[in-house]
Design a protein around this ligand. Sequence first.
Ligand code: NAD
Ligand code: TYD
Length: 334
Amino acid sequence: MRLLITGGAGFIGSNFVHYILKKYPDYEVINLDALTYAGNLENLKNLENNPRHRFIKGDICDADLVDKLAKEVDIIVHFAAESHVDRSILDSAAFVRTNVIGTHTLLEAAKKAGNLRFHHVSTDEVFGSLGSQDAPFSEVTPYDPRSPYSASKAGSDHLVRAYFHTHNLPVTISNCSNNYGPYHFPEKLIPLVITNLMEGKKIPIYGDGLQVRDWLHVEDHCRAIDAIIHKGKIGETYCVGGNSEKTNMDIVKTILEILCRDESWIEHVEDRKGHDKRYAINFDKIKNELGWQSQVAFEDGIKKTVQWFIENESWWKNIKSGEYEKYYQEQYKK
Ligand code: NAD
Ligand code: TYD
């Protein structure tokens, strides 16, 4: 099988590239990534000489490029996105461009290539925000996005479904909860907490820190997408979650304990605008139909993740100092 993976230099995309190349020794990957601030070739460093991995620096909004690449593959697995809620609050233009127009450009390419198989990687944030007693999100929960990020992802989900109904494009969609693990960009909560503590900086907690997220190790997300692209039913959506609801304060306290620090490192700061209170996922469908469930318990996964950041200090220090941009400019300046 030949896969076009978009956004494969980002956090989840790069984990998926490594996962697929390792698990399927005869699969080939074309990795299309624009290398925005979130894309990092260091995430793919040990693949430089792998003949089954071809990296292309390019934009998913470039119709000529994606039309050409779509003709070379059996499936598009689409991760590329602007992914950070706080950035979408400051400026949402890039979110609409990449998440909506970029997804549309890829769908058109898949249609023109002869109704190519298409898997769209989306988020649970499209469903909105839950109260503490509400039932978790599932595949039948109405869409209710509340940030520019989640609204742009919701728009992309609708387009994917529209191409299935209108053009018979063989699509699947996954809506996954918050991921954590290696290569997690240190603007997001878990890597920010770990790296700030390692740098001797305080941890900024928005508001009371009692917002709830359902955390899933990125390897479990990769296994879920693997199951969907191989066994998923065309036209279907699968909700993917870790059965691991935690408040942000729970997360921070767990990491403080692993790094033997006290709570004086926590600093409550102004709350995020429109801050979603709680996300939770009912993943019965993917469990019952495809036999998937998470394998990494949060308590183990978070310890391993802290250890990964300790062992890969230069990776995140390069990002925090901006050095990683120099690395890819040298590699891809032509
Ligand atoms: P990320 O921000 O770490 O990576 C995004 C990647 O997309 C980067 O490598 C970036 O360079 C690339 N990219 C951005 N714009 C592009 C463009 N126009 N053309 C080509 N490449 C472009 O994001 P992530 O956390 O790895 O998320 C990947 C996908 O998974 C996203 O679609 C996101 O919505 C979804 N998702 C993320 C989470 C999570 O917890 N991080 C949870 C559920 C779903
Ligand atoms: P984040 O990692 O940005 O993911 P998302 O907003 O997509 O869920 O944030 C996770 C939670 O942590 C969210 O409730 C916002 C909160 N948060 C903080 O309290 N402080 C921070 O510095 C960041 C980045 C997030």
